[in-house]
Structure formats: structure tokens, C-alpha cells
Write a protein that binds this ligand. Structure first.
Ligand code: ADP
Ligand code: ASP
Ligand code: MG
Length: 447
């Protein structure tokens, strides 16, 4: 079997849905499990209406709800103008009613918990999958019946053992050559049946999890670019598709901001040894990326990504000098305060670390102040240069700094896996840094 995941832009309107249906139909002999995102910007729209309801603007929220449902009904009508679809009609009416109830509830209480937001956000994927399944005449499958997660609403973690058992028991028997099963990415449920989500962009993660549990031959991520490119094409129009990418490179790029893949999505595929391909829904014959265990291209630099804003904390202490246990003490504070650290660079008496811009720092800083001086620099961005042979190729670091000579690089970190050289610059300098690095290292031929 194979997994075919289609992102939001691939199911944004009837035209896109037709292309998706054609691709799935061609793949029917390979027993496809189709994993869909919400149509277009539906998840953003659902977040906005939930916030409107929380602010007491229930009329505005319900207006947006009607628009969203109307948009879906219109897609269904464009796709199947002549076919009466009582089952689909019924499903859309039920989802519309559920969304209205949820928004009214949030509006009444003026309270939007992550749990309520997940219930609201789940409507997007449940709508898009209903329409595609009806159009294809395929089986619709509720992912919440198998995607068992913990209760960390908004960013729930799948529970591998339960997930495996449920997928084998409830989903695997439905798959087979000649038929497609259509299910939702992004959503799951707790053991109590409460709806959860895997975090924004989580459909890639769902696809990879399903693929690894089902032993898929291929996990296909269909999107609006011809694979993983050497850089985000919105930042660097010269970015080129990468034919082969290693799991390690892909994981690194995703973690450092290449939105084309969700950061957690590679791991399950790596563990199961299943190749992941990234392809353009509207150009299925075009170029694409295959992500596998190893690449043999021998190129030193594969791609550049950026993530921001982040905050840089520089922790200094004279006591650090010749002291053992200082770093253990430092990281213990971060662990206890639940603040996760991305990059680290150490000097004799100071350590610089990056944390997410929205990390809660007040208590952490108070605790650190007891034994160190901490300076905080906000609005920074990480720029990551990724490549399997980065470290082995002489002169790369020099070329990076040569390319950035007019910018201030505030922190440098060479990843322990030796495939990621990360730099920290001011957030406003990141687009320039990316363009200069791309021009010098990738267009200029180091790759
Ligand atoms: P989907 O809705 O299909 O999941 P996303 O919007 O999540 O699509 O991801 C695709 C987008 O990721 C592209 O349109 C592109 O702008 C962005 N992107 C960022 N970095 C890269 C990269 N290195 N290669 C390709 N696309 C990238
Ligand atoms: N629909 C969700 C989002 O927009 C999940 C996804 O598209 O992957 O974040
Ligand atoms: Mg995505």
C-alpha cells in the first residue's frame, strides 16, 4: 500500500480536488490511504472564528462559520453538479451544526481552551475528507478512531503502541488494491474520545505515522512545490528542487523552518525505513524529491532554511570557569521550567542558547539570576545551512562568513550530527542572509 497526503492548497477548490482525485484513481492498484489536510486556509479561518467567539463576537464568528460551510458546499456542487449526495449533504449539515454549537459555547463562556480550539480546528479536515471521499466514491475513515494521542491539546503526541494496535485492527482491513480510503491528517483523539490535533502543519506527521505503521511502500507528500527546494522559494526565487535528500537532512531542514515538511514527520518513516517523496499536485510529471536513508550525491551543501523569531539568552558566570557541573545545573533549570533549547554555543565563561520567541521566561530568568548573569536578545532568527558533507568539505565555514560579511552574525553552532551549520542573525537580516548564502553556496556551485 501507499500513503498519499495532500496539503491544504491541493484541496483548496474543485479544480484542485479533481487533480487529487485523478492522482488517487491512477494509484488505486497500490491500495492508497489518502490523508488530507483542510481545504485552503480553512484551519486559519477556524482559528479566527474561535477567537472571535472568545472575544464575544459570536455573530461575526457565526458569519465566518456560514461562509466556511458555504465554501465547502460550493466545492461539492462544482464537483458533482448533477449527482444527488444525501449522505454528503447530511455529513456537511452535521459538521456545520457541530461547529455552530462549539462557537456558541465558546462565546457563552468567553473562554477558548486548547481543548475547545482542537475540537473547532478538527472541522476543517473532517469537511475536506467528506467531499473528496464522496467524489471518489471511496471509503471515508475517521482518523480519530486510530490516531490515539495524549491530552496535550494543540500539540498532542501520538501514542505509538495504541496507535499501532488501533491502525492494525480498524484501518488496515479496509485497505486494498482497487480501492482508496480517505482520512484526515492533523487530528486525533485521546483514550476518552476527546478530539486533539498534532499541531499546525501536522498532516505530514499523520501521513508518516500511518505509513510507518502500515508498512507503506512509499509515503507521498503532495503539495504546491516540486519537492523540497534548496531554500524556501518565497524567500529565494532561484531555489531549485532537490532530487535526493537523506532522512537526516530532511529532518534538519524541517526542524529549522522548511515548512514543506512538519518537523516530526520524518522520524516514523526513518524508523520504518520507508522512503518519503515530496511532489507537486499540479505538476505530477514534474521534478520531485525522494527522501531516503542515504544520498550519494556527495554535495557539501544541500539547502538553507530559516526559522524565527527566536530569543537568544546569554548566560555568563565567573563561577563557570574551571567548574564542573555548571552546564548540568543550567540545563536542569531549563528542563524544570519546560523551556526547550534549540542551539547552544559555549565560551569559557558564558553559554548562548536560543529558545522559542513565545517561551515563558520570567520564572526561568529569576532562577538563573541566582547563579549567573543573563542577557536576553529578542527578534533573532536562526539560519541553518544543511548538508551531509558539510563538515568534511574544507572552507565551507569561511565561505559562509564571506557571503555574510556585511551582516552581524551573533551566534554560530555546528550541529553534533555535523550536517547543520546554524547562524543567528537579527530577524530583519534573515532574508538578506538567506539570499546571500544561497547565491554564494548553492547558486555559486559549492553544492
Ligand atoms: P501543504 O499545505 O501542502 O502542507 P505547506 O504550505 O505546509 O503546504 O508547505 C509548502 C510550502 O513550504 C511551499 O509553498 C513553500 O513556500 C514552503 N517552503 C519552505 N521551505 C521550503 C523548501 N526548502 N522547499 C520547498 N518549500 C518550502
Ligand atoms: N490543516 C492543518 C494546518 O493548517 C494541518 C495541515 O495542513 O497539515 O495546520
Ligand atoms: Mg504543510
Amino acid at each position: 500500500m501507499i500513503v498519499m497526503k495532500f496539503g491544504g492548497s491541493s484541496v483548496a477548490d474543485a479544480g484542485c480536488m479533481r487533480e487529487v482525485a485523478a492522482l488517487v484513481t491512477q494509484a488505486l492498484p497500490r491500495a492508497p490511504l489518502v490523508v488530507l489536510s483542510a481545504a485552503g486556509k480553512s484551519t486559519d479561518a477556524l482559528f479566527t472564528m474561535a477567537q472571535q467567539a472568545e472575544a464575544g463576537e459570536v455573530d461575526a464568528a457565526l458569519e465566518s462559520q456560514r461562509e466556511l460551510i458555504l465554501r465547502h458546499r460550493q466545492i461539492a456542487l462544482d464537483l458533482m453538479p448533477e449527482r444527488p449526495m444525501p449522505e454528503l449533504e447530511n455529513a456537511l449539515t452535521m459538521l456545520s451544526g457541530e461547529l455552530e454549537l462549539l462557537l456558541r459555547g465558546v462565546g457563552l463562556l468567553r473562554e477558548l481552551s486548547p481543548r475547545s480550539l482542537d475540537a473547532i480546528a478538527s472541522i476543517g479536515e473532517r469537511l475536506s475528507t467528506r467531499i473528496l471521499a464522496a467524489y471518489l466514491g471511496a471509503q471515508w475513515f475517521d482518523a480519530r478512531a486510530v490516531m490515539r494521542t495524549d491530552g496535550a491539546f494543540g500539540c498532542a503526541r501520538p501514542l505509538p503502541l495504541e496507535l499501532t494496535e488501533l491502525v492494525q485492527e480498524r484501518l488496515a482491513p479496509k485497505l486494498g488494491a482497487g480501492r482508496a480510503v480517505v482520512t484526515q491528517g492533523y487530528i486525533g483523539a485521546t483514550a476518552d474520545g476527546l478530539t486533539t490535533t498534532l499541531g499546525r502543519g501536522g498532516s505530514d506527521f499523520s501521513a508518516s505515522l500511518f505509513g510507518s505503521v502500515l508498512g507503506a511502500e512509499d509515503i507521498q507528500i503532495w503539495t504546491d512545490v516540486e519537492g523540497v527546494l534548496t531554500c524556501d522559494p518565497r524567500l529565494v526565487p532561484e531555489a531549485q528542487p532537490i532530487a535526493e535528500l537523506s532522512f537526516a537532512e530532511a529532518a534538519e531542514l524541517a526542524a529549522f523552518g522548511a515548512k514543506v515538511l512538519h518537523p516530526a514527520s520524518i522520524q516514523p518513516a526513518v524508523e520504518a525505513g520507508i522512503p518519503v517523496t515530496v511532489r507537486h499536485t499540479r505538476r505530477p510529471q514534474g521534478r520531485f524529491t525522494t527522501i531516503t536513508g542515504e544520498v550519494r550525491t556527495g554535495r557539501p551543501i544541500t539547502a538553507i532554511a530559516t526559522r524565527g523569531p527566536v530569543t537568544v539568552l546569554t548566560v555568563s558566570s565567573a563561577r563557570m570557569l574551571n567548574q564542573s557541573g555548571f552546564l548540568a545545573k543550567l540545563f536542569d533549570v531549563f528542563a524544570r521550567r519546560g523551556v526547550s533549547v534549540d542551539l547552544i554555543a559555549t565560551a569559557e565563561v558564558s553559554v548562548s542558547l536560543t529558545v522559542e520567541a513565545d517561551a515563558q521566561l520570567e520564572e526561568l530568568l529569576a532562577e538563573l539570576a541566582v547563579f549567573a548573569t543573563v542577557s536576553v536578545a529578542t527578534n533573532r532568527a536562526i539560519v541553518a545551512v544543511v548538508g551531509e558533507r558539510l563538515k568534511a568539505t574544507p572552507g565551507i565555514t569561511g565561505r559562509c562568513f564571506g557571503a555574510l560579511r556585511d551582516l552581524n552574525v551573533e551566534m554560530i553552532s555546528l550541529g553534533a550530527n555535523e550536517i547543520n551549520l546554524s547562524l543567528v542573525v537579527r530577524q530583519e537580516d534573515a532574508p538578506t542572509a538567506i539570499r546571500q548564502l544561497h547565491a554564494a553556496l548553492i547558486e555559486g556551485g559549492a553544492a
